[in-house]
Design a protein around this ligand. Structure first.
Ligand SMILES: Cc1ncc(C[n+]2csc(CCOP(=O)(O)OP(=O)(O)O)c2C)c(N)n1
Length: 621
């Protein structure tokens, strides 16, 4: 969809609009909604017609969710708000900045993407979050939480500086408002006095039930006023008339102003209203019965489940262990950990930076905190890892879920940079298990090591390997030669190890003998093992589900530049560009890190080495 926004925002020709009037597969006919090619059409409608758009949009989102899945309950709760915002504000001239973007399916439907929504999060379909390249109505890209107030404040200030009459509105949920950036931005807004408008979409939920003092006291008015913002509300976010009036007042307000809107997550679909946590996102479901169809269907347990199980067992025997999540108890498996150890899990809110330094504080008093944070979200905590954990050598463990390419969530959520941002930090151990058995042993290694330690694992199903009864510490910095060979070595780490083994089988059928090394640690790298293999075979093909820049292959290159400068190193990994949303398999294939691509690259490299012009020391041995 990249770059096609302007085209999509054009009015569709009549025949297509007629076609769009067909009943949606989920049931009732859409009449008004397909005629809304752009939000300005909303501004010509009566209130009764706007109410009809609300009904049709909600109906459409439920049908859509049941057919294609995706983020669900947030958009349902924001239907009235979405229609009213676009009806009251002069979008896209006025800038509406949605936080995170998971609740914008309705916004996408009203801004020229109604039909395209059937391919949301699929290759060539709309993104699950917001992208400037997708539509002129997506005025600020998002995916990570807590950016909307800062961005909208910048937009409001730019308008003031350039003399453009434009309103900037941040739409932020009570969950996203727990992010440190949101506090920082509101505080700055109170100082600047720019005409920033904030719509506080308060449904009491983050993905899980929301946390924090503001949530506990509910004193949004006191909070806003203390920071120097005007406060209006609370208004019932499902009462369209009240909402239109409140937003009109917000539109005409002067100075930084916050409108408090109360909504119900999952509104209009009873199962989602009853359990918004489980319906934050969904796979396709049976609408009548409210039963979700199984995602990938059976298969081995997920890496997340394996992690949670291993951590629970390690905590059984080590009372120092506590676990932390930044608003992702389900995504990290810590809700399962909390079932077993209810008083040893902290949900700190969407506050990754705070989670890291809070953990450092816990560790400084003898506890062994484990921070379970997605790789891409831990990017927020870089300085805290360096300054508060590593510099002070505090025994905090970082469990980075969703490392590597994540599939449908796309570039905001890929965990493509963790080796690169962790590797330069002194005192830190950085590892990646090849299977869930190694995961439990690495987790035990981390907790018992007494040093700062990060381990990463991918999204999706683990390997289904046998699990040893007890997680046992491994030697730090020791890799493993999994298979010997005489022509070249494939060195892999984490989830690319099984692909490397499969590639070695492909090569064997072609008469090429490939050794396979599981590096296991990217820091410290197993220098004796890599040096010996490189000197003996002369060609090392490194594979990683991580950015080539600064990653595992780079670490091998750095080592061998010193220890085996004549060896040739080939690096396979993620290129220097953002990778769009698509199926995970397709992304791995495109990046050239699946078994066939590894085998192909290795064979090509070997042939290149064998050309007489290229010196390949050691190969004769
Ligand atoms: C930095 C960061 N951490 C975690 C997440 C995962 N996440 C996505 S939406 C969400 C909850 C947002 O809650 P809220 O803003 O209240 O929106 P609601 O879904 O309740 O409408 C979380 C934790 C994220 N997107 N970004």
């Amino acid at each position: 969809m990249g770059g096609s926004g302007a085209r999509q925002a054009e009015r569709r020709p009549e025949p297509e609009r007629e076609r769009a009037r067909r009943p949606v597969r989920g049931g009732s006919a859409l009449e008004l909604l397909p005629t809304i090619d752009e939000p300005r059409a909303l501004r010509e409608l009566t209130r009764a017609q706007l109410a009809q758009v609300v009904r049709e949009l909600r109906e459409h989102l439920i049908a859509l969710g049941s057919e294609v899945g995706g983020h669900f309950a947030g958009s349902l709760g924001a239907v009235e708000l979405t229609v009213a915002l676009h009806a009251v504000f002069d979008t896209p001239h006025d800038r509406i900045v949605w936080d995170v973007g998971h609740q914008t399916y309705g916004h996408k439907a009203l801004t020229g993407r109604l039909d395209a929504l059937h391919r949301i999060k699929k290759a060539d379909g709309p993104a699950g979050f917001l992208r400037r390249s997708e539509s002129p109505y997506d005025v600020f890209g998002a995916g990570h939480a807590g950016t909307s107030v800062s961005a909208a404040l910048g937009i409001a200030e730019a308008a003031a500086r350039t003399g453009v009459r434009r309103r900037a509105v941040a739409v932020i949920g009570d969950g996203a408002a727990t992010a440190g950036m949101s506090f920082e931005a509101l505080n700055h807004a109170g100082q600047l006095r720019a005409a920033l408008r904030v719509v506080f979409n308060d449904n009491g939920m983050s993905i899980a039930p929301n946390v924090g003092g503001l949530h506990r006291t509910g004193d949004v008015a006191g909070y806003a006023r203390a920071l120097g913002l005007r406060y209006h509300g609370p208004v019932d976010g499902h009462d369209l008339d009240a909402l239109l009036e409140a937003l009109t007042a917000l539109r005409d307000a002067e100075g930084p102003t916050l409108l408090h809107v109360r909504t119900q997550k999952g509104r209009g679909y009873a199962p989602a209203e009853a359990d918004p946590y489980r319906w934050h996102a969904t796979s396709p479901f049976d609408r009548a019965r409210g039963v979700k169809r199984a995602g990938s269907g059976g298969g081995p347990p997920s890496w997340t489940a394996a992690f949670a199980d291993a951590l629970s067992r390690i905590a059984d025997r080590d009372p120092r262990v506590v676990a932390l999540t930044a608003a992702m108890p389900d995504g990290t498996g810590l809700d399962k950990f909390a079932e077993r150890h209810p008083d040893r899990m902290y949900d700190v809110g969407i506050a990754e930076q705070h989670a890291v330094t809070f953990a450092a504080g816990l560790a400084s008093e003898g506890l062994r905190p484990v921070c379970a944070i997605y790789s891409s979200f831990l990017q927020r905590g870089f300085d805290q890892i360096m300054h508060d954990v590593a510099l002070q050598q505090l025994p905090v463990t970082f469990a980075l879920d969703r490392a590597g390419l994540v599939g449908a969530d796309g570039p905001t959520h890929h965990g493509a940079l963790d080796f690169a941002y962790l590797r330069p930090i002194p005192n830190l151990v950085v590892a990646a298990p090849r299977d869930e058995n190694e995961l439990q042993h690495l987790l035990a290694t981390a907790v018992e090591s007494g040093v700062p330690f990060a381990l990463r694992f991918p999204r999706g199903n683990a390997t289904g390997c046998a699990i040893d009864p007890d997680p046992k510490p491994l030697a730090i910095g020791r890799g493993e030669l999994l298979r010997d060979g005489s022509d070249l070595a494939i060195a892999a780490i984490g989830k690319t190890v099984p692909a490397a083994l499969a590639a070695a089988n492909v090569l064997a059928r072609e008469g090429i003998s490939a050794a396979v090394v599981d590096a296991r640690f990217v820091k410290p790298l197993d220098a004796p093992l890599f040096t010996a293999v490189a000197r003996r075979l002369g060609l090392v093909v490194c594979v990683e589900d991580h950015s080539l820049a600064g990653g595992f292959g780079s670490a091998v290159l750095e080592l061998l530049a010193d220890q085996a400068p004549d060896a040739r190193v080939v690096r396979l990994g993620l290129p220097d560009r953002f990778i769009d949303h698509a199926e995970q398999d397709a992304q791995w294939r495109d990046a050239g890190i699946d078994a066939d691509a590894i085998a192909g690259a290795a064979a090509t490299a070997l042939r290149a080495c064998e050309r007489p012009a290229v010196r390949r020391p050691g190969a004769a041995a």
